[in-house]
Design a protein around this ligand. Structure first.
Ligand code: SF4
Ligand SMILES: [Zn+2]
Ligand SMILES: [Zn+2]
Ligand SMILES: [Zn+2]
Length: 242
């Protein structure tokens, strides 16, 4: 299934650095962003009006996704990129079009009313694409108690306690089972067996995501950065994996 995206979000994604309107919004946008970066051949369907990112806009937020000015911005950006609504294009194609038809300061005009513009991240995103530089890695959010940069928590904080695990109930990464018990508003469910080929373990050292199969075969070492994981975690697998 292609990822449904509206015109202006093609550029918002270039400036995405993990900020957003709510936890759910950020989790969803991070997943879309990471999918596109991991595989630039991912297909995107250009839609009119609310898209796959708007779908997670907080229900109590100041919903602007159907504003006329936003729709006008969508149309303007598609036109600048030589694209039309309804088209299905790869993310790589979108990046090529940005590189050849936009400059960072064009956003000053195109996005003049957007409150995110002053952060400068979107212009930086366009600059990177034009310069052929990669977009920065954005890690999935990790929930829990006193979670550090490498995903250690109040409960498990040895040198080796550097993985976070995704739960089947909420599809969110937590530092540990107790973190879920203490901070989530629902009982934990382990990651389902039918989805062991999906990413559900996060290396806190480098941000790489492992499938459950990969994790079980990794011999307590990150296949991407070689950091050591706590081999003792194996004793708790039943809490995390169905
Ligand atoms: S300034 Fe606003 S609309 Fe423009 S790319 Fe950034 S977040 Fe998107
Ligand atoms: Zn949960
Ligand atoms: Zn914990
Ligand atoms: Zn790693």
């Amino acid at each position: 299934m292609p990822i449904a995206l509206r015109g202006h979000h093609l550029l918002c994604l270039l400036g995405y650095r993990g900020m957003g309107y709510s936890d759910a919004y950020v989790d969803n946008m991070t997943e879309v962003y990471r999918t596109l970066l991991a595989d630039p051949q991912t297909e995107c369907e250009l839609v009119k009006g609310p898209d796959q990112l708007c779908a997670c806009f907080p229900p109590d937020g100041d919903y602007h996704c159907e504003d006329r000015t936003v729709a006008e911005r969508d149309a303007l950006i598609l036109e600048r990129l030589g694209l039309v609504t309804g088209q299905i294009v790869t993310w790589a194609d979108i990046l090529n079009r940005v590189a050849t038809s936009l400059q960072p300061d064009d956003l000053l005009q195109i996005c003049s009313t957007c409150p995110w513009l002053p952060y400068g991240v979107c212009q930086d995103g366009v600059r990177r694409v034009v310069a052929g530089e990669p977009l920065p890695i954005v890690r999935p959010s990790v929930y829990g108690v006193d979670v550090d940069q490498q995903t250690r928590c109040q409960h498990y904080h040895s040198e080796l306690d550097i993985i976070a695990l995704k739960f089947g109930c909420c599809e969110r990464y937590y530092s540990c089972y107790q973190c879920h018990l203490e901070t989530a508003d629902h009982p934990p469910k382990p990651w389902p067996q039918s989805r062991f080929d999906e990413a559900a373990v996060l290396c806190g050292s480098c941000g790489h995501e492992l499938t459950v199969h990969e994790y079980k075969e990794c011999d307590s070492r990150c296949p991407a950065c070689n950091a050591s994981f706590n081999p003792g975690c194996a004793a708790h697998h039943a809490l995390y994996f169905e």
